[in-house]
Design a protein. Structure first.
Ligand SMILES: [Zn+2]
Length: 299
């Protein structure tokens, strides 16, 4: 079912990573820059991340012995240092996720460089090391950002969707591993209800909302692949939903043949396999089209 299956460590059948995008209240500040400071409801919804969502998730990971990945806008890293300390105490990975969750597709090259490098600097200072991974806010990665990530020594991106399995993105300045995502395993469609930023999804029950993620996992498990959840603490970290996730996690761990790992470990594993000639990924260009396609079509 998968053309180029990856041999996972320890003979595991399947690899699995829950990634949390810890946006906190960055979303409202970037969406409503003029008056976000007086919009207490969306601010409070975002502050659920450091107050309740992330501590609850970390406690579960501690109990189950899991290390996982968190993608965090740099402004959130600066604003909530105690949350960052707790994530690092659990030996989890922190990856880049913009400065204030700004959308790279709305910025020119100079702005993209400025905010990428400023985020990188914050992340390095907070974690004491170079981040390995990047996920674009709203998945809106650009060829410029891919080049910046390569230039600054990151090893992977996790914003694109061109295959079921990790693949290679080749840009002007080198290559990155892509650990693909998909809306089927994202908690935004079933749970986000946020008029201020233009989302009014019909909120699903915890079980129904998580069904799609779990079905995606089962398909990857059957095929010997990799499942990546893309979740948010203020959505899936809420009590009723996290209870469902905890039950699911315990069941999956009891199978004994699933490799849970942060994305940096998965990227390192597939890079090693590729270097040793044990695995051949598909290679995608970082910039498939040098100019807008429609403008260049002759009438
Ligand atoms: Zn985000």
């Amino acid at each position: 079912m998968i053309k180029n299956p990856i041999p996972w460590p320890g003979g595991a059948r399947c690899a699995c990573a829950i990634t949390f995008d810890v946006d906190a209240d960055s979303l409202i500040h970037v969406a409503r820059p003029r008056d976000s400071h007086r919009r207490l409801y969306p601010i409070s919804m975002g502050r659920y991340d450091p107050n309740s969502g992330v501590p609850r998730i970390l406690e579960t990971y501690r109990r189950l012995g899991l290390r996982q990945s968190f993608f965090i806008p740099a402004w959130v890293v600066e604003t909530y240092p105690r949350m960052i300390e707790a994530i690092l105490d659990g030996d989890h990975e922190i990856g880049l996720h913009g400065y204030l969750h700004e959308d790279p597709t709305e910025q020119d090259d100079a702005e993209q460089s400025y905010w990428f490098e400023r985020s990188l600097d914050v992340c390095r200072r907070a974690t004491g090391r170079n981040p390995r991974g990047y996920r674009a806010p709203v998945y809106n990665v650009t060829p410029q950002v891919i080049d910046l990530a390569i230039h600054h020594g990151l090893t992977y991106d996790s914003s694109m969707m061109a295959d079921d399995m990790p693949y290679v993105v080749s840009g002007g300045s080198g290559e990155l591993i892509e650990i693909p995502v998909h809306w089927g395993s994202d908690d935004w469609p079933p749970f986000a209800h946020y008029a201020e930023i233009g989302y009014m999804m019909p909120v699903m029950s915890p079980v129904r909302g998580l069904e799609s993620s779990f079905a995606e996992f089962e398909a990857q498990y059957a095929a010997g692949g990799l499942w990546v959840g893309i979740w948010h603490p203020f959505l899936t970290g809420r009590l009723s939903r996290w209870r469902v996730v905890e039950d699911w996690l315990e069941g999956v761990l009891a199978r004994g043949d699933v490799w849970f790992a942060p994305l940096e470990d998965i990227a390192a594993h597939v890079s090693r396999l590729r270097a040793d000639g044990h695995w051949t990924p598909i290679v995608e260009p970082a910039c498939p089209y040098p100019a807008p396609v429609f403008e260049r079509i002759q009438r």
